[in-house]
Design a binder for this molecule. Sequence first.
Ligand SMILES: Nc1ncnc2c1ncn2[C@@H]1O[C@H](COP(=O)(O)OP(=O)(O)OP(=O)(O)O)[C@@H](O)[C@H]1O
Length: 299
Amino acid sequence: MIQLNGLTKRYGEHAAVDDLTFTVRPGLVTGFLGPNGAGKSTTMRMILGLDLPTSGSATVMGRPYRELRHPLHTIGSLLDASAVHPNRSAYKHLLFLAQTNGIPDTRVREVLDLVGLADAADRRAGRFSLGMGQRLGIAAALLGDPPVLLLDEPVNGLDPEGVRWARTLMRGWAAEGRTVLVSSHLMSEMAMTADRLVVVGKGRLLAEGDIADFTGSDQLVVVRTPDAGSFARRLELSGARVDPGLSGELLVTGMTAPDVGRLAAAENVTLHELSTRGPSLEETFMELTRDAVEYGAAR
Ligand SMILES: Nc1ncnc2c1ncn2[C@@H]1O[C@H](COP(=O)(O)OP(=O)(O)OP(=O)(O)O)[C@@H](O)[C@H]1O
């Protein structure tokens, strides 16, 4: 569990993080979204005790990071994957971290295996590709087998196979009951990975909720049937609004897809298509953050 309470960070007059209050719950992947400069990294740095809040607090498993007795056993993090000694091998990098945190040496091989870097263990980390660097960063986060994981842009630089791997990993951690907070700019990826979202803009909380709250409203049901005319009238009689689509399909609002399907079955209507179209997460995100984008192109 991660809890933020009125968390605020000011740089001079500028509030990078402005009175943020939210809870990141265990057993779920929580996506942390916001435009460039919204304050995501600053928030994560304060959770990890790397920056001090101007006011408010951030706690991990009930304590501020700096008061954790065993930090790596409590929260694992990936902030900047390039922050490794370039001449040190992946193995030595992790061994150093393990030894300075009271973690047994045997755990190093385990995490290298977990992230698919076993064969690259003795190569210099400075020569790693972006994707391998991300994997090494995730290995470091996993060293202490922590119940809380905090990842800043973990799929940055990963190829499609790597992105899928990272998604499976995060979903797996949540299924094990861990708390997972992950920032990303990739909306389609977040839509597939996260259970909940926290959206910030200009340091402030803009929205928080289950992923369905961001993609599920205003859904349009698309129906294709050889009985379009009569089924449209039947739908309207049941209270739905029906508009014709461009290629003969019916665009239905005010009724859910399961209800449309049930009505079709009851009326013995053949359906060639029954699907939904909702605002994508990206559309909802753009709408939410429209006034909070600091460095956007002129519209
Ligand atoms: N050390 C600092 N001194 C002054 N201003 C800072 C400092 N660190 C961050 N800021 C400012 O705080 C704001 C939030 O930055 P932050 O890096 O947390 O945003 P972000 O949401 O992580 O952005 P991105 O998506 O681009 O990584 C920005 O306006 C940034 O310029």
